[in-house]
Write a protein that binds this ligand. Structure first.
Ligand SMILES: [Zn+2]
Ligand SMILES: [Zn+2]
Length: 497
């Protein structure tokens, strides 16, 4: 440690490790416009799960330009790809996302809801920033490997369809991440903090009911209503809720009601379910009970049922070792300074948020001590410009992420960086609106540097990677990754059928 400090202070020596790190981090600033332009371009072209063709092409073009070796169509998915540099171990993966959400089209830089395209897609989860920043991080790591000649490989993974498609889970099922020693990721957010939490596993299933059409007044006795089946299934599931573990969540959307005509016995209807629970087997067990309820509804209504497994993702297995490396990097890299204009815009956005704290009530309840104090302080200011204290893993948050599947395969840790105002919720027009702002751009550069710095740490200390692997083994307690997605299920865009 002492040696480290001495070398750090001795700027006259030239080319010490720390200087090489500084140089690698400065490379992000030099190429800043490329990363910001990429993020803005993806924002301008919001594409849904598995249809992210423009967003993927733009990233692939930049990866090639920066000198990465690109492999396309990972796991047979057209918009999954990677950019790789270096040789040997450790092999560090940086995950990136870039898909958008439906119905979240919104003009940038304003503080009122105003879609660019009515009913259009929008980057309401900030994934435009996510992908671009992760490439910036991989670029930093690449510079470091080049300058130092160290052994190590950096891989940026372009992971499609996080929203409703679990792209990474399909990639993990296909063994895409098996080549890694560890993985790091981030997500745009309200604060700078290590995301050292677990999330809920989930399974998404489409229940398709087919009945018999008939004139609803003249011959209802001849009809068999698929819509009735959907309604009865939903009633059955409401009664199920009392008899599942309290951490479970069961959501649904009726994706086809059978049409607009009440004077027809609807012959076709479908409902999409999303079941969540802290662990894969718990989730699977509840989903099987929902399947049974659907079968019962079909029996009650004389309709036919087809159950279509759409996708699933695993719970996140946290990793304190990698998370701590991220935390060190978050404190080493200069935190963005927000301007008066940034604060003014954030305040204007905050004024539009009616349900302040809705995103965070569960989080705030789970936090303790200094972390809780910091968190509550964060919510008082429109923008967060500190790093939250490190909290060793101690909780599961009520959300899901397909990073979960990566975390079962290799030690994985994630963080949030501030790219939006304190109370902006994910999946809101406010988040889309801030996606091209200076706040988002500053967060992008910061997150890129944190990813890069963390990768450099791991290249410097392969023993840390080994410790992280050990932690993963212990957390899995002898269990191996089994994909929650059956082998015959193919990734597909989330459209109503
Ligand atoms: Zn999201
Ligand atoms: Zn997201």
């Amino acid at each position: 440690m002492l040696l480290h400090i001495i070398i750090y202070k001795s700027s006259g020596w030239g080319n010490s490790m720390d200087e090489l790190k500084e140089k690698a981090l400065a490379a992000i600033d030099e190429k800043k416009d490329l990363f910001l332009d990429l993020s803005d371009y993806i924002w301008d072209n919001p594409e849904l799960a598995y249809l992210e063709f423009k967003s993927a092409a733009a990233q692939i073009e930049l990866l090639r330009k920066l000198g990465f070796e690109v492999t396309e169509e990972l796991a047979g998915i057209k918009t999954a790809f990677k950019g790789q540099y270096g040789h040997g171990h450790p092999v560090v993966g940086i995950l990136g996302e870039f898909d958008a959400l439906s119905n979240l089209s919104q003009e940038a830089g304003i503080a009122e809801p105003k879609p660019v395209v009515n009913g259009g897609n929008g980057h309401g989860c900030g994934h435009n920033i996510f992908g671009a920043s992760s490439i910036a991080g991989a670029y930093t790591a690449m510079q470091y490997l080049k300058e130092t000649g160290k052994e190590g490989t950096i891989i940026y993974y372009g992971c499609p369809a996080e929203e409703g498609g679990s792209g990474k889970a399909f990639m993990a099922r296909d063994g895409v991440f098996d080549e890694l020693d560890c993985a790091i990721a981030w997500h745009p957010g309200n604060a700078n903090s290590v995301m050292n939490v677990s999330t809920l596993a989930n399974e998404q299933i489409r229940y398709k009911f087919t009945g018999k059409a008939s004139h609803a007044a003249a011959s209802p006795h001849l009809g068999r209503s698929a819509l009735d089946a959907v309604e009865l299934m939903n009633v059955g599931v409401q009664f199920l809720r009392e008899h599942v573990i309290p951490e479970a969540r069961i959501h649904y959307a009726i994706t086809n009601t059978g049409g607009m005509s009440p004077n027809v016995v609807q012959p076709y209807a479908e409902v999409l379910y999303l079941v969540r629970a802290p662990k894969n087997p718990e989730c699977d067990e509840i989903r099987q009970r929902v399947d049974d309820i659907a079968r019962g509804a079909a029996l009650m209504t004389g309709t036919k049922l087809e159950i279509q497994f759409v996708k699933a993702c695993s719970n996140v297995v946290p990793n304190n070792v990698i998370a701590q490396e991220i935390y060190k990097s978050m404190n080493d890299v200069p935190i963005p300074e927000f301007s008066d204009e940034d604060y003014e815009y954030a305040r204007a956005i905050e004024a539009t948020i009616e349900t302040k704290g809705s995103m965070y009530s569960a989080l705030a309840r789970a936090l303790k001590g200094e972390a809780k104090e910091q968190f509550l302080k964060m919510l008082e200011s429109p923008l967060y410009d500190k790093v939250m204290p490190f909290v060793p893993f101690d909780r599961v948050v009520p959300a899901s992420s397909d990073v979960g599947d990566v975390s079962w395969v290799v030690p994985t840790a994630q963080f949030n960086a501030c790219t939006m105002s304190a109370h902006t919720a994910n999946h809101s027009w406010q988040q889309t609106a801030q996606g091209k702002s200076d706040i988002a751009h500053k967060g992008l550069i910061y997150a890129g540097k944190v990813l890069g710095e963390t990768a450099m740490r791991l290249f410097d200390e392969p023993e840390t990677v080994e410790a992280a692997k050990q932690e993963l083994l212990e957390r899995l307690g002898g269990n191996k990754y089994v994909s929650p997605i059956p082998q015959d299920v193919k990734p597909a865009p989330l459209v109503s059928e």
